[in-house]
Design a protein around this ligand. Structure first.
Ligand SMILES: Cc1cc2nc3c(=O)[nH]c(=O)nc-3n(C[C@H](O)[C@H](O)[C@H](O)COP(=O)(O)OP(=O)(O)OC[C@H]3O[C@@H](n4cnc5c(N)ncnc54)[C@H](O)[C@@H]3O)c2cc1C
Length: 397
């Protein structure tokens, strides 16, 4: 009996999970990886700890809700933890639902994936940069930059974010890649002197009408170019819809109660001056920035402070966002292969039968916190299985 063969292009998170899923169904699997080693990016995820999924995984955490729904319905966070559990990986979830290996070492994740691949007889070919995929003998021939070729009945493309010329050459469209989950650049005068300050707060991106399009809570880090931190990474996903950042330094107190608190504080501390008024409630560098934004001299007696407008400023400190920060710091790429060109249940190409996709090569991105790797594993498993079904039956009926 003919053993189905599957070529996986790209040995990242999606490629390795696809390889395991395909090999478990009895296929002869070859992983073709351009780099000298597979899974290099897995090692840098989660600050070297690999935040591999999140207990709150749901379509709403992604830009393509409807498209990711069938895959996530089949592989939720428990299913992915089970998948890794079967590979011998022990995991735990922190109190924000982020799942890590118990070893707190990303290499544990890569190790178990590679061990399983070896156990299942998956062939790893590193330094094999795929330059083209062509139809041959009822299947495919995959060619490398060095003119080596690999034949397979089905192909899974898992080349990650950025331009993908392989899919374009197969007739697919491409959405211009944009780095998301990264820092933002902002106007600089209001944040002068704040670089390096970390503050727990809430922040929103506002549209041109001043309405919030996205709000996050967490730790914000001021930088000399703008703002960073996980909450900013998450907000960066909504940058097309809002270009003004509004920071609420006291998100646990409602505006009216906060205004009352400020008035009371001014009455109690009327002997202080503006420069010390915030001592005890705000980091001094932020206090300086707030007074500067309000145009208040540091020596102003507290009795003369406009408490209402200072309260408003602390609940709604605005910064114009000028753009995305250094792309090399962004965690994922939005754009790539348009999801409409693939079947959301099988991840099969609607343009090139026998070609499947998974991971970041698709125009799918999710929040920080394990959602992107979750998509890579879950879609990889589905694409790997679908590729074997295709190779076995020649279709997916
Ligand atoms: C610093 C950083 C930290 C991150 N931390 C997290 C985290 O903690 N949790 C989380 O969920 N997500 C995290 N992410 C995002 C996550 O890493 C990605 O979503 C995920 O790696 C995507 O997997 P992928 O397999 O689709 O692509 P990749 O991991 O990018 O793998 C693609 C592979 O394809 C290979 N390749 C490309 N072109 C070719 C070709 N022509 N021929 C052969 N091989 C090719 C590449 O060399 C690469 O090995 C982080 C990202 C970064 C950059």
């Amino acid at each position: 009996m003919h053993q189905p063969s599957v070529a996986i292009i790209g040995g990242g998170a999606a490629g390795l999970s696809a390889a395991i899923a395909a090999a478990r169904l009895g296929a002869s699997v070859t992983v073709l990886e351009a780099a000298p080693r597979v899974g290099k990016k897995i090692l840098v995820t989660g600050n070297g700890r690999c935040n591999l999924t999140n207990t709150a995984v749901a379509p709403a955490a992604y830009n393509q809700l409807a498209f990711v729904e069938p895959v996530l319905a089949e592989y939720d966070a428990d299913a992915i933890r089970d998948f890794f559990g079967e590979l011998g990986l022990l995991t735990y979830a922190d109190d924000e639902g982020r799942v890590y290996p118990v070893s707190n070492a990303a290499n544990s994740v890569l190790d178990v994936l590679r061990l399983e691949c070896a156990h299942l007889g998956v062939t790893e070919r590193c330094g094999f940069e795929v330059m083209g995929v062509s139809a041959a003998d009822g299947g495919f021939q995959v060619a490398s930059r060095d003119d080596e070729t690999v034949s397979a009945d089905a192909v899974v493309v898992t080349t990650g974010g950025g331009e993908d010329s392989l899919l374009s050459a197969l007739g697919h469209g491409s959405i211009e890649p944009v780095p998301v989950l990264g820092p933002l650049t902002t106007e600089l005068p209001p944040i002068r002197g704040l670089s390096g300050v970390r503050v727990r707060c809430a922040a929103s991106l506002l549209d041109d009408a001043g309405e919030p399009v996205a709000t996050e809570r967490g730790e914000l880090l001021f930088r000399d170019y703008g703002v960073s931190g996980i909450m900013i990474f998450d907000l960066s996903r909504a940058l097309e819809r809002g270009r003004t950042l509004s920071i609420d330094f006291f998100p646990d107190i409602a505006p009216v109660a906060f205004a009352a608190l400020m008035a009371e504080r001014a009455a109690e501390l009327s002997w202080r001056r503006a420069e010390t008024f915030f001592d005890g409630m705000l980091q001094s560098r932020i206090a300086i920035a707030v007074l500067r934004a309000a145009g208040i001299d540091a020596k102003t007696p507290v009795a003369e402070l406009p408490c209402d407008s200072l309260a408003s400023l602390l609940k709604d400190f605005r910064l114009a966002v000028t753009g995305r920060g250094d792309a090399s710091q962004a965690q994922v790429t939005r754009g790539g292969a348009p999801v409409g060109e693939f079947d959301p249940h099988t991840l099969a190409s609607r343009v090139a039968p026998g070609v499947f996709v998974a991971g970041e090569v698709l125009d799918v991105d999710g929040r920080c916190g394990g959602f992107n790797l979750h998509w890579a594993w879950a879609s990889g498993i589905v694409a790997g299985q679908s590729a074997v079904h295709f190779a076995t039956r020649g279709d997916l009926a």
